[in-house]
Write a protein that binds this ligand. Structure first.
Ligand SMILES: Nc1ncnc2c1ncn2[C@@H]1O[C@H](COP(=O)(O)OP(=O)(O)O)[C@@H](O)[C@H]1O
Ligand SMILES: O=c1ccn([C@@H]2O[C@H](COP(=O)(O)OP(=O)(O)O)[C@@H](O)[C@H]2O)c(=O)[nH]1
Length: 211
């Protein structure tokens, strides 16, 4: 199985998890956060899609099937991809002297065991940003995105399965972090700019300021 042992110290990084249903706007808002707050954006889904098509990957077929079915890929694979991407970023683009690298981990953790495993073996999260969005809105956005995204899972059937996984498996992660007082919850139905204003207010209240 993939090796997820980190090649860096948890002391050198700040991790913000970015959660929300499929199509809630995580990728869109991440671009803003990178620009203003100096985050390195790591999308678990993007890393899995890149691994799926990487020549020589032993996980290509497995990842393809899991993503199309809206299921959660076994966590060892995803955590190894994230941990390696963090180490690569620290090696190639270290943060300014005297500051910690900031990682915005988008679309992860989606299952309780992933959250526990990542926080134990890689690094605890500082804040959990959650985009709260009704299914009807997410569905409309995803079907529109599907016209151009080329993604295997932006079709009505996969979307239905992803919603189910989100409600049954991923919402319990958000609820668990909520009990720990870590969640900044943002209503995601406004315009991109309106949502971003609320995101900024929320994370700045948790001590994350522009960089
Ligand atoms: N606030 C918004 N209002 C309208 N459309 C949005 C908004 N935020 C994102 N979108 C669009 O909805 C789709 C899904 O957004 P995306 O950021 O890819 O979501 P996620 O990363 O959570 O799956 C994209 O096509 C994006 O352009
Ligand atoms: O930690 C993760 C993140 C994503 N995925 C898979 O990747 C898909 C797409 O996730 P992504 O975050 O790219 O898109 P979203 O569903 O949020 O639009 C999910 O449905 C899962 O099948 C996964 O297995 N583990």
């Amino acid at each position: 199985m993939a090796d997820s042992t980190p090649r860096f110290s948890a002391q050198d990084v700040t991790v913000v998890f970015f959660l929300g249903g499929p199509g809630s706007g995580k990728g869109t808002q991440s671009a803003n956060l990178v620009k203003d707050y100096g985050f390195v954006h790591l999308s678990a889904g993007d890393l899995l899609r890149a691994e799926q098509i990487r020549e020589g990957s032993q996980y290509g077929e497995l990842i393809k099937t899991y993503i199309r079915e809206g299921k959660i890929v076994p966590m060892e694979i995803t955590v190894a991809l994230l941990s390696n991407a963090m180490a690569d970023s620290l090696a190639t683009a270290p943060p300014p002297a005297g500051t910690k690298a900031r990682f915005l981990i988008d679309g992860f953790p989606r299952k309780l065991d992933q959250a526990v495993f990542f926080e134990k073996t890689v690094c605890p999260s500082e804040v959990v940003l959650f985009l709260d969005c009704p299914e009807e809105v997410m569905e409309t956005r995803l079907l529109k995105r599907g016209e151009t995204s080329g993604r295997d899972d932006d079709n009505a059937e996969s979307i239905r399965k992803r919603f189910r996984t989100f409600v049954e498996t991923s919402m319990p992660v958000v609820e668990d972090f909520e009990k720990k007082g870590k969640v900044v919850s943002v209503k995601a139905t406004g315009t991109v700019d309106e949502v971003y204003e609320t995101v900024k207010t929320g994370i700045e209240a948790r001590g994350v300021h522009p960089r």
